[in-house]
Design a protein around this ligand. Structure first.
Ligand code: HEM
Length: 327
């Protein structure tokens, strides 16, 4: 090889590196957990986000229509499987009061226990959208949040990030009223999945989990007066009085709807199909009793595939997070 060719090759290698390490490449899972810790601090044994939660158990029964979309075993007409559900507040602060701003959006994570001993999970929150289009962008937002303190000179990294990312700004500033109950909120899983039915027909879907009794929120005065754990207290009482039910729904994408960008909600008039009913009947207590519980957004059976790359990224980050909180 001629000597003059070497710098050319190095230049080509560097530009290739620039292409393969573009801003959208998923960051290392531990780097993401570190960035979350930069926002909320490290709280030994707790999840770095959605740190305060309460767990219930019950049953999921598939609707007659669910099988028209997918061959997934728990979504065949009449199929009934046990479920474990964890409701949570957003922040990575295990002692956060339920009526504080950072307690929203609320989380609802569902584990379906399948007959073959495996499980499949849905991890959703009470906002139809996400502040970032990709995992890399989400980490940038977390770093901006973690490095912008009250005494940081203006513009702070967060001011700059939000100036360039209006969707993140809209997410952070959206009104998130305090619910009457964890059972009076809709939840959205926001990342898209591909469902395939027995004829091989595929559809891109996003899950919604809708409260059977409708949406209900506290007025400002009642929210202010609410006890620090009013939501976990309420749901334990409610489930003692009778089943707490939600409808699991698939929102179906139209051609042209983006499947790889959870920051953009699909239009509300998209077709929806009921997949079945989640019926919670028992409290399984708060986090101390459920330390080893983990919900993996990428745990899916045949008939369902991740369509949004963020789902696999989340799987890797949640596993890294679990390893830290269960050393
Ligand atoms: C790249 C994007 C995301 C990252 C890096 C991320 C990170 C995390 C981490 C580290 C945990 C703790 C996991 C554990 O220790 O078990 C977690 C939990 C959670 N996340 Fe995410 N998340 C992302 C996207 C989302 C989205 C899109 C939603 C809602 C649709 C969501 C909702 C939740 C909920 C509800 C929990 C609590 C689950 C539980 O109750 O155990 N996250 N997230």
């Amino acid at each position: 090889m001629k000597e003059a060719a070497i710098p050319v090759l190095i230049a080509a290698a560097i530009s290739l590196l620039a292409i393969t390490t573009n801003a959208d490449e998923a960051p290392a899972p531990d780097a993401v957990v570190d960035a979350i810790n930069g926002v909320f601090g490290v709280h030994q044994g707790a999840r770095p986000v959605h740190a305060k939660g309460t767990v219930l158990s019950g049953t999921f029964i598939a609707s007659p229509e669910a099988a028209s979309l997918t061959t997934a075993p728990h979504l065949q007409a009449g199929s009934s499987v046990p479920v474990t559900v964890r409701f949570s507040n957003f922040a990575g602060i295990p002692t956060i009061a339920d009526n504080e701003g950072l307690a929203s959006p609320r989380g609802m994570a569902v584990k379906f226990k399948l007959a073959d001993g495996s499980d499949t999970n849905i991890v959703a929150h009470s906002f139809n959208g996400f502040p970032a289009a990709t995992t890399s962008e989400f980490r940038q937002l977390l770093v901006a949040l973690g490095t912008s303190k009250p005494d940081t000179p203006k513009p702070t990294p967060l001011d700059t990030f939000l100036g360039d990312h209006p969707i993140a700004k809209a997410f952070l500033t959206a009104a998130k009223p305090n619910p009457v109950s964890f059972a009076s909120l809709p939840y959205y899983a926001v990342n898209a999945f591909k469902f395939t039915n027995k004829d091989g027909t595929a559809a891109f879907v996003r899950y919604q989990i809708l409260p059977a009794g409708g949406e209900h929120y506290l007025n400002e005065a009642d929210a202010k007066a609410a006890a620090a754990s009013y939501l976990s207290d309420e749901i334990k009482k409610r489930v003692g009085d009778g089943p707490v039910t939600f409808t699991l729904v698939a929102q179906i994408a139209d051609a042209g709807d983006k499947v790889d960008n959870p920051s953009i909600a699909w239009p509300a008039d998209r077709k929806t199909v009921s997949l079945g009913t989640i019926s919670l009947t028992k409290s399984a207590g708060d986090d101390a009793a459920n330390k080893e519980l983990i919900f993996m957004p990428n745990a899916v059976p045949a008939g369902i595939e991740a369509a949004d790359p963020m789902i696999a990224d989340r799987g890797a980050v949640y596993a890294a997070s679990f390893a830290r909180r269960n050393p």
